[in-house]
Design a protein around this ligand. Structure first.
Ligand SMILES: Cc1cc2nc3c(=O)[nH]c(=O)nc-3n(C[C@H](O)[C@H](O)[C@H](O)COP(=O)(O)OP(=O)(O)OC[C@H]3O[C@@H](n4cnc5c(N)ncnc54)[C@H](O)[C@@H]3O)c2cc1C
Length: 308
């Protein structure tokens, strides 16, 4: 029996459940049992075969040291074959600490899993995304983190068994929360968008110029890292390896070259329209429609046309 744990991120519960697919794929042909770990969840959660609930008001949920200790204690009891985290800020803080404590490796940001006679291989980009590395994990448990939206769940247990785990030793908090400031958010999540109007380094206008087109297409605005680096947009709407993974039906790439790190953030996209002054840009080879020309002019003309 392959026992896999998924650690729930309270701020991304649906994406956390998608991690069950990672466990399924790691199990291969073995029988599998999927455990979820929920810390101070506000409601009962179903989906995994067994939910381990840790509820203790003393736990500062965002305190990665404390959470790592809890994951370690839970693992000591259940002895998992794999522990999978979502690569959110929360998961990125906790996963390496758990790996250190269990003295095993951690494969961050995996994009694929291959199970064959030679073992279970976790695939992730390496050397700035120029190659995809297949990493064989010889230590146990297999530990990995996964970007939201990269894997999608195919399994859901409606009769999840609920267990309560009581922490034996509570570590002293490593931080004290003094104030909480909500981040400025755009309100919509680009991962949910059906249409994305996406600006790259070749889009010379301010990003706000895309608002009308995005609205006319009932879509959202996203950007490449180059736009974020120019401080023209927030990282919250960045597509790619160090941004978000998106799956819209239509992706309009405005002056985006198509680097491997950017392409990595595009999953299951139906159609891409690429607008670029360089016909040889790699993004064009992924596109259903290529527009050879200036991206800003394209936006102006298309917006006028659609708005009639
Ligand atoms: C560890 C790491 C992580 C990274 N993570 C990400 C990530 O998450 N997301 C991401 O996007 N990148 C990421 N990058 C950066 C990535 O390598 C590229 O530098 C970046 O994607 C380039 O953005 P771009 O294509 O928009 O801009 P550029 O590389 O500047 O390309 C601009 C494109 O626009 C075209 N163009 C120029 N003028 C016009 C015009 N007037 N009209 C139309 N087209 C025009 C050009 O021909 C070119 O194809 C990462 C890099 C590293 C090393």
């Amino acid at each position: 029996m392959f026992k896999g744990l998924i650690v729930i991120d309270n701020d991304a519960i649906d994406y956390s459940l998608d991690l069950m697919e990672v466990v399924q794929q790691l199990a291969g042909t073995e029988e599998v049992s999927i455990y979820g770990l929920g810390i101070n969840l506000t409601k009962k959660m179903i989906g995994p075969d067994i939910m381990i609930n840790v509820n203790d008001p003393r736990i500062a949920y965002k305190d990665s040291r404390v959470v790592a200790t809890i994951v370690e204690q839970v693992h000591k009891k259940y002895q998992f074959d794999s522990i999978i985290f979502l690569a959110t800020d929360f998961g990125r803080m906790v996963a390496p600490r758990v790996a250190m404590r269990l003295k095993v490796g951690l494969v961050a940001d995996i994009t694929d899993i291959q199970v064959d006679k030679r073992g279970k291989k976790l695939v992730r980009p390496a050397f700035s995304g120029n190659i995809m590395a297949s990493i064989v994990c010889e230590s146990s448990p297999i530990m990995a983190s996964v970007h939201p939206n990269v894997f999608h769940l195919n399994y859901f247990n409606q009769d999840t068994e609920q267990e309560v785990f009581v922490i034996k030793e509570m570590v002293a908090p490593s931080m004290e929360v003094l104030e909480i400031h909500e981040m400025n958010t755009t309100g919509s999540d680009i991962r949910e968008a059906e249409v994305l109007v996406s600006a790259g380094g070749g889009f010379s206008e301010p990003i706000e110029q895309l608002q009308r087109l995005a609205e006319a297409l009932a879509g959202s605005i996203s950007v490449s890292k180059s736009v974020v680096d120019q401080k023209k947009a927030s990282r919250e709407i960045q597509v790619g390896q160090s941004g978000k993974t998106v799956s819209p039906n239509l992706y309009i790439a405005l002056g985006i070259y198509g680097s491997t790190q950017h392409i990595e953030g595009l999953k299951n996209i139906k159609d891409i329209i690429s607008v670029n002054t360089d016909l040889g840009a790699p993004m064009n080879y992924l596109a259903s429609i290529v527009v050879h020309g200036d991206a800003a002019e394209f936006v102006r003309k298309l917006t006028t046309k659609i708005e009639g």
